[in-house]
Design a protein around this ligand. Sequence first.
Ligand code: SF4
Ligand code: SF4
Ligand code: SF4
Length: 378
Amino acid sequence: MYVPPLSQVKERAPPAVGGWNRFWTHSTRRRRIRHGRQRNHRWRNPWRSLPTARALVQGAYVAFFLLVGVEFHSFVAQAVSGGPVTAHRPPAVEGFLPISALMSLKYYLLTGNYDEIHPAGLTILIAALVSAFLARKVLCSWVCPIGGISRALSWVGERTLWRRRKKEVLLPVWADQALSSLKYFLLAFFLWAVVWSMDAMAIMKFQRGAYNHAADAKMLLFFTEMSFTTAVTLAVLVLLSVVVKNFWCRYLCPYGALLGLASFASPQRVVRDRDACIDCRACTRGCPVEIRVHEKPSVWTPECTGCMTCVSSCPVERCLTVTRKGAATWSPWLIPVVGLGTIFLFWGVARVTGYWNSYLTVDQLAEAYRQARELAHP
Ligand code: SF4
Ligand code: SF4
Ligand code: SF4
């Protein structure tokens, strides 16, 4: 009779958790964590500095986009005043015009003509989609300033509301899934409104219209001349982001949903070695989108941002790894390097080839900006 060696015999938890079984399960888990820590006490996670690097890079992007906002505000004010214009219009503001970029992408695919009004917006969208496919949602976890602010609000929540929280995740699975679907409904609506309903001629008319020319100024007015309703909505979102980790990004952002679908096809993912895992749940506690990493053989979901916090939190050697499908394990550093490298590559090529700066002159922009308050969506 074949008797498996002791190392291959897996510990089995009792089926029901309650009464004495609950005590057994908890004490077994504690024992596994203690034994695992003893076994790995000499191993220090070599990627533990990754979250700090990520926070620094994303903080730098928040500062960069604040400067972009200040520069753009000066440009709009000078252009509208009719006096000399010394400020520059930073093309990066077009990153905040995702609907226009989506239309431009469809127009480009149908006609081969690149958007000349907001070319940077289209370049950023294509770069984000390609980087999501190659290295998951690196734009969300390393670049996007809204994601950075959202993580900072989560940090405030961690230091105040959740300090004594015993649970790894706040919301039950059904509530998390129901809320997560909201952003896909929003994305479906925009895809229907743009990709399905508009043909090339309709998009071209929209691109050449005054509304599209002034879209960046309208976005600026949204923040500088905020209505009471907008202010209350933003305040509620801020509060919700303190209470629930990354509320906006997880549940409402259609741009993140689109990148999630692109990253779902990505060959890279975080893989867990079930035999090595000691069930300490540090991975799940650290995950900014509360994925239950400790329960999964591999993290294959569009919600994963590829931030690598889980991999850098794991106390067991080679337990959580980044694996390319059918190939060897990758260093977790390669995810941001490949993702950010892709984004920078697209930016560099767009600059060199003239697909970064708008073709609109200062006079054309000034004329559109002067009408910005009155312009309604066509
Ligand atoms: S989900 Fe949206 S807002 Fe959040 S980080 Fe990603 S793109 Fe930015
Ligand atoms: S599963 Fe890991 S890589 Fe994915 S979002 Fe969570 S912590 Fe980041
Ligand atoms: S995979 Fe998660 S639960 Fe398992 S040892 Fe690593 S951090 Fe702990």
